[in-house]
Design a binder for this molecule. Structure first.
Ligand code: ZN
Length: 388
């Protein structure tokens, strides 16, 4: 059965909650509470000895309770609600206390069967009572609703109103108003699209702005990094330049000091050259003369092998310094050895008396000895150097 018509007929079937206050059935009749042979409520038990329903009366209190319970039951949908407990209670109230309380379960079972039969009979009667007019009415309603839905969704023109009844509903959507409605719909659609476009534009604008801000930030960061790098480079360059200046100054100072040292050495060399020349020339001069005289006189005139040429400057180290530095530096080891051999002869203790006479003065003799010893030492060294 396609269409439920329950709402139009009293029945045991479902009722919407708002209709609960309506009586759904008549328990008193369905359950045969009233004893037909007495025309009033008597015990619902069965008296086997008599082969009929018990005719014992029910006391007033239980009777009243039973009627209240029956009234309650009439509002309960027996097809969907479990009324077993209530039926047991009702059986307790409607069975005589004297003989038949023991039949409670049997009575409840019998009542359940009756309720089932009643429900089945009701459904059959509903089916039998289906009103064709009512169905048509409902079909119209549905078609109208469907047409409205289709119109709302696509347009009523596409809907095929085939049956005569549906033609009636077509009239309700005359072309004029349909056109207006379509126009309205179109306007709404355009408004919606326009809003959507606006939203999309705003979205695009926002995205663009975000992208631009991101790019700007990136550019700023890059700029900052570049500046940092430039600052670092500049610092490194400055440091390098500073170091270079320091190095150049140090180089200059070194060159200056070398130059001074060279100048000093050259000056010293010049001095020694003069001293040597003077020493050689003096000795040449002395050899030509008769140089015998007093110790004091000899001390003054003899050219002593020290830088000052003065006898007071004579000492081991001073004489050694003279023999090492005074001879020309370009002199070869061979020539140097010859020089030192000459010097040894010059200052030899045997030779001195021949030139200057016997030296009585011990101090003067010591001066000669000092020079002679140093000359021998240097000569020996020079000889060893030459052999190498
Ligand atoms: Zn009874």
């Amino acid at each position: 059965m396609g269409i439920s018509l329950n709402s139009r007929h009293d029945s045991f079937s479902q009722f919407p909650p708002e209709q609960r206050k309506k009586k759904l059935w008549d328990p008193s009749t369905t359950l045969d509470i009233i004893n037909p042979s007495k025309g009033c409520l008597t015990c619902v038990g069965y008296a086997p000895s008599c082969g009929r329903r018990c005719r014992n009366p029910i006391n007033q209190a239980n009777r009243a309770s039973a009627y209240r319970l029956l009234e309650d039951l009439s509002y309960i949908d027996a097809s969907t609600t479990d009324i077993n407990a209530k039926l047991h209670q009702l059986a307790g109230l409607t069975l005589c206390l004297r003989f038949h309380q023991g039949q409670k379960n049997d009575i409840v079972k019998k009542w359940c069967r009756k309720i089932d039969q009643q429900q089945t009979a009701s459904r059959i009667s509903i089916d039998a009572k289906v009103d064709p007019n009512r169905i048509e009415e409902q079909l119209k309603d549905i078609e109208g609703l469907l047409a409205h839905i289709l119109y709302k969704t696509k347009g009523a023109d596409e809907f095929i109103f085939s049956s005569p009844t549906s033609q009636h509903y077509r009239k309700r959507y005359d072309p004029q108003s349909a056109q207006e409605e379509r126009a309205q719909k179109q306007r709404e659609e355009e408004t919606r699209k326009s809003r959507e476009r606006e939203r999309e534009n705003q979205q695009q604008e926002r995205v663009k702005k975000e992208r631009e801000e991101k790019e700007k930030k990136k550019r700023e960061e890059e700029k900052m990094q570049k500046e940092e790098q430039q600052a670092k480079d500049r610092e490194a360059r400055e440091r390098q330049e500073r170091n270079e200046r320091i190095r150049q100054r140090a180089e200059q100072a070194r060159k200056e000091s070398e130059r001074k040292a060279r100048e000093l050495a050259a000056k010293e060399r010049e001095e020694w050259d003069k001293v040597w020349l003077h020493y050689v020339l003096q000795w040449d001069d002395i050899k030509k003369k008769d140089m015998k005289g007093t110790s004091e006189n000899l001390r003054k005139i003899i050219p002593w092998p020290v830088k000052s040429g003065d006898w007071r400057g004579v000492s081991g180290p001073a004489v050694e310094d003279f023999f090492r530095k005074a001879p020309p530096q370009t002199t070869s080891a061979e020539k140097m050895l010859a020089i030192m051999k000459m010097e040894c002869l010059k200052w030899h203790t045997d030779r001195v008396p021949r030139m200057f006479g016997v030296i009585e003065d011990k101090n003067l003799a010591d001066l000669f000895n000092t020079v002679a010893q140093v000359a021998i030492k240097i000569r020996a060294e020079t000889g060893r150097q030459r052999e190498r």
